[in-house]
Each structure stands twice: as C-alpha cells, then as structure tokens.
Write a protein that binds this ligand. Structure first.
Ligand SMILES: *Cc1c(COP(=O)(O)O)cnc(C)c1O
Length: 420
C-alpha cells in the first residue's frame, strides 16, 4: 500500500478501518483535557469499559450469596475458568482444552518447566534468546540450579550476528542442531520484548523436536498481538500474561497452553493442587491426584475470580473484533508508523524487523545519543511510548484502540522535536 504522511490520508484510513469503533470501548487517557496517544499497550493495555460491570457482578454475588456464589452465582465460581477457555484458545490458536487461565506468568512458566524440563546428565541444556526478559532469565537460571546444573553451562543464549539487532531463524536452527545431543528444551519469547522480533515459532519447534528437545514459548508479547497457531505449530507449551496486549489489568492473570498430546497424558510429571484434580471428584477430598484432562490439569488453586472476571470481559472484545482482523489492521498500522518514522532516518534507527511477518505491533527505536531526550519530549507532548534501558524507545500502536491519526500525530510531534 502506498502511504502518504498527511492528516487527510490518516483520517481516510480510519474511515476505512472496520475496527475503528473499538477505541470507544476503552478508557482513553487525557492530560489537562487533551488526549494522550497511548503507545504502551505492550506494557499495560488500557482498561476496557466493560470490566467494571464484570467485577461488579462478582462483588454483588459475593455480597448477596457468600459461599453459595460458587454454585448459585450468575457465573458460578466453581466453573469460572471454563468461561474463558474458548475465547482464550481462539487468541492463541489452540483447542479449547489446551488452554487454562490461572496464576501469573512467571509462576506458570515454572510450573511448565516442572513438566517439560526433565534434564538428564547428558541432555540438560536450555536454549533461550540472549537478553531475554529478566523474569525469564531468572526462571531459567534457577530451574537449572534446581536440577543441580550450573546455569553458565546449562543455558545457551542466542545472540544476533555482529552489527545486527535481531536473531536469524537459520542461526537458531543451526544452534539447535549443534546441540542435538545435549539440548533438553528450547524456551524463548514468542515476540522479544526489546526488539519486537516475532520468532518463527513453527520452524523453531520443528527443529527442536527433530533433535529430541521440548519447546515452550513465553508469549507475553505475542498473545493478543500475533494470530498464533500454537496447536498447529505443535508447540509443547506456552505461557502468557494478560495485562499487556490482552488489556486485563495490572498484575492480571495468565494463560497456559499445553498441547493435547501432553495434556491428555495423566502420567506427565507436574506439581499439583486440588483445582487440577478431576472436577467431578474434587469435593470428595480423596487421596491420590487424578488430573483433569488438558491444561486444566495443571491448576493448583481455586480460580481467582476478580482477575478472571476482568480477563473474561476483555476477551469478549477480542472475540467481537476477531484476532485475524486485529492482526490485519496491526500490520497496516505498524507499517504506517514505520513510514511516518522514515522521515527521520538520519536521526533514528528502527531495530524491529521490517518484514511484517516477523513483528507484531511494536517498533523499537534507537535515537543516536539523545533517545532519552526524545522520549521525555514525547511524553511532555502527550505521546506516551516507553523507554527500555539501555537505549530503546518502544512504540506500540495497538490495533484495538490506536488510530491511523494517532500515528500521523506521533510524526508531527517528532518533527517538532527535530526542528527545534
Ligand atoms: C511481561 C513479561 C513478564 C512478566 O512476568 P510476570 O510474571 O507477569 O510479572 C515475563 N516474561 C516476559 C517475556 C514478559 O514480557
């Protein structure tokens, strides 16, 4: 598509956008009565307006029914996680029972590692991307130690080639093959939080399986951003948080995907709790853990109704919009931002891949020597991207609530900065 850097053109794209009205379903931000262009949906998504009623419903049932709410509530708490799984499965391309919503991301990552990182003396290495999100680094480091390995030896980090910012798929595959005899698991981000690179999850999964390793992805930056196909790609497990692109509130709940070939294997080692136990027998309080089929068999505790209520409300909007439609708009919106930023080529470098199939809706920008200054200028002028040490400004035009006009205006603010 041929873009033009004009307000009229941006407005025309908004007019043609079938998702344009979803913006009205969110609490957009204002400062001194002026709208803020929010570009932090990759960090904390905006609040959907339908969330309040969803929480109020559960507060009401709790107030009026007490413990009876588990069975008598409008949405009986006993079965609450079931109300989310179909919608969540559509987001990540899974079968319904391959998904469960529970806990928080890093806790779930550890739970999955218990089942899928089963190192032996010979096959014990973990392959991950270098400079992964710190929580993932700490999780892998302590997982290696937990099994008695030295993390410096057990963890293999993928790094870009000299002079490049992102990691080539071919290099990942080569690394997997180099370690064909000692690789236990590949555990990477689906989309890297820093560069915005979307990895080729299918190619990575195929390569890892071919050498006998398991594969899990942290989809914190991929869920709700990319139209994932976790089942078809044959991924072993995935985890994600719900407060970034999935707009489910600070510290919100998390999602887990377990491929059905594992989910239906009751003998797979796991750490268990009563909520993962056969639902029909849960209240018999019997000895002997018998897991539910599917990802639900990894649940520990009774469902956190309030975070789940928020997430359920948010997922309703994703269902209405459709993840394919969101992805289609996202590609166009991000490409438009890339086009608008191309006016400032002399000052800034975009380190996110240019291929729309290798990124979601984030562009990571390095500004020579004055990244922090530009960042501060943007925030003072009602544009809210985020800053990630050491030197990157991340901008995420989110298809659910950002507009093409937003993107045009970002360009205008940057222009006024460099023309100062
Ligand atoms: C956001 C993010 C986290 C955060 O983990 P929490 O357990 O939700 O605090 C972890 N890993 C990645 C890759 C992330 O992007």
């Amino acid at each position: 598509m041929q873009f033009h850097n004009t307000l009229d053109f941006a407005k025309q794209l908004d007019k043609e956008d079938i998702l344009a009205n979803f913006r009205n379903e969110f609490h957009l931000l204002y400062k001194n009565g002026k709208p803020i262009i929010y570009l932090c949906g990759n960090s904390l998504g905006l609040q959907p307006k339908n969330v309040k009623a969803a929480i109020d419903q559960e507060l009401k049932d709790w107030a009026e029914l007490g413990v009876e709410g588990h069975f008598e509530g409008k949405n009986p708490w006993m079965y609450y996680h079931h109300f989310l799984k179909e919608k969540a499965a559509r987001i990540v391309g899974a079968k319904t029972d391959e998904v469960v919503i529970m806990n928080n991301l890093t806790a779930n990552l550890h739970l999955m590692m218990v089942s899928f990182y089963r190192p032996t003396k010979k096959r014990y290495k973990i392959l991950m991307e270098g400079s992964a999100f710190p929580s993932d680094q700490y999780a892998m480091e302590t997982q290696a130690r937990f099994h008695g390995f030295n993390p410096d030896d057990a963890i293999i980090e993928l790094v870009p080639r000299n002079g490049e910012y992102t990691i080539r798929t071919e290099d990942i595959v080569v690394k997997i093959n180099e370690h064909k005899d000692d690789l236990a698991i590949v555990m990477m981000g689906g989309v890297n939080y820093y560069t915005g690179q979307f990895f080729d999850l299918k190619a990575i999964t195929d390569a890892a399986h071919a050498v006998g390793a398991t594969v899990g992805f942290d989809c914190a930056h991929a869920a709700g951003n990319i139209d994932l196909k976790l089942h078809d790609w044959n991924v072993d497990f995935a985890v994600w948080c719900t407060y970034k692109y999935l707009n489910s509130g600070p510290g919100g709940t998390s999602g887990v995907f377990v491929h059905e070939r594992h989910g239906n294997n009751p003998d797979l080692i796991r750490f268990a709790g009563w909520w993962g136990h056969d639902e029909s027998k849960r209240f018999l309080m019997e000895k002997g853990f018998k897991p539910m089929q599917g990802a639900a068999g990894w649940q520990l505790s009774n469902a956190q109704i309030f975070p789940l209520a928020i997430h359920n409300a948010s997922l309703e909007l994703f269902d209405k919009a459709g993840i394919e439609n969101l992805r289609a708009k996202s590609k166009k919106l991000t490409a438009f931002l890339e086009f608008v930023l191309s006016d400032f080529k002399d000052y800034l470098t975009i380190i996110t891949p240019t291929n729309p199939d290798e990124r979601g809706c984030q562009l990571s920008i390095i500004v020579k020597n004055e990244g922090k200054k530009l960042f501060d200028y943007l925030t003072q002028n009602n544009v809210l991207p985020d800053w990630r040490e050491p030197d990157v400004i991340r901008m995420s035009p989110v298809p659910m609530y950002n507009s093409f006009e937003d993107v045009f205006q970002i360009g205008q603010v940057i222009k006024s900065y460099f023309n100062k």
